[in-house]
Design a protein around this ligand. Structure first.
Ligand code: SF4
Length: 304
């Protein structure tokens, strides 16, 4: 028996209204903080490179995610094409920046969600959803009508517009944002988003306001809440100390944080000498220690 997801408490008319509001934003796109202003309904594209229809590279059960999402039957992951960030070290370059994938109608995306449910997955996990939020909401209306009851995971880069997040209030159960950078110069240099640190702070506050700290059931499966990912980068480029202090002081000491060690140079990272190496074990230990020193109590990382 699944936990009843938040969107099941919303009248279908309200879900339709949310989808309509997100869809209207596509006409002069401001779905994310880039506010490109292009008319995606007329197939114009902005920074993210995706028009108004959903586009996905692959989908199905995924076991590589955090333990509370995976459970026995995996997280039902949908890898969406395109991205609103420009991380030069992206590990999914072909999907995010070459936008490999298949364009899906709303009905097809709804069927993908229902198929994932039929496979027994615990959640629908949208990877890189921000720029496709309108299509996700449109398809969700159809999927709910078709019997969808899995909680939705919004697995995003943290570069989110508050207005768009408000459309997801009561729709998304689990927010899984990255916190990538806390310094504007780094965010501009490595992700083409100088305002990222300011944006991610407000986005985290809004996400936590909506769903609170991560709640996990007796079987260890995530039900609802905030799950933050932080990729430790060489030379403290990710701003680990500032990120952990922000989470502990402004969000909650019970924030579930995954401190990740898997940075490896990819794609354009080779053009940046400071990013051409992995992090050392000592750097990783230091990062986890910073999280502990900040007062965070739920750190998903190797024990140090
Ligand atoms: S969602 Fe895409 S087109 Fe819209 S503002 Fe963001 S990057 Fe630009």
């Amino acid at each position: 028996m699944h936990h009843v997801p938040a969107y099941r408490s919303l009248p279908l008319s309200e879900l339709q209204a949310r989808a309509g509001a997100a869809d209207a934003k596509l006409e002069a796109c401001s779905l994310c903080p880039r506010a490109c202003g292009v008319n995606r309904k007329k197939k114009e594209v902005g920074f993210c490179g995706v028009a108004d229809a959903a586009k996905a590279a692959s989908w199905g059960p995924h076991f590589g995610e955090e333990r509370p999402l995976v459970g026995r039957f995996g997280s039902g992951t949908i890898f969406l094409s395109g991205c609103n960030l420009g991380c030069i070290f992206c590990q999914n370059w072909s999907i995010s920046h070459e936008r490999e994938g298949k364009t899906l109608t709303d009905r097809q995306l709804a069927k993908v969600m229902l198929d994932i449910q039929a496979m027994g997955c615990h959640t629908i996990n949208f990877v890189t959803p921000t720029h496709q939020t309108a299509a996700i909401l449109r398809a969700l209306v159809l999927a709910v009508d078709g019997g969808l009851t899995l909680p939705l995971v919004y697995n995003c880069g943290g570069y989110e517009s508050i207005e768009t997040l408000r459309l997801l209030d009561g729709v998304v159960d689990i927010y899984m944002p990255d916190v990538k950078f806390m310094d504007s110069a780094h965010a501009a240099r490595y992700a083409q988003a100088g305002d990222y640190p300011a944006v991610v702070r407000t986005a985290l506050l809004e996400m936590h306001r909506q769903v609170g700290d991560l709640r996990i059931d007796g079987a260890g499966i995530a039900l609802r809440g905030l799950l933050v990912r932080h990729l430790v980068m060489p030379g403290e480029i990710a701003g680990t100390e500032a990120a952990m202090l922000f989470l502990a002081e402004k969000i909650s000491v019970d924030t579930y944080v995954n401190v990740m060690d898997q940075y490896h140079p990819c794609h354009k990272a080779y053009d940046f000498p400071e990013l051409t190496r992995r992090i050392s074990p000592a750097e990783y230990k230091h990062a986890v220690r910073l999280a502990m020193q900040a007062g965070l109590s739920r750190i998903d990382g190797e024990t140090v």
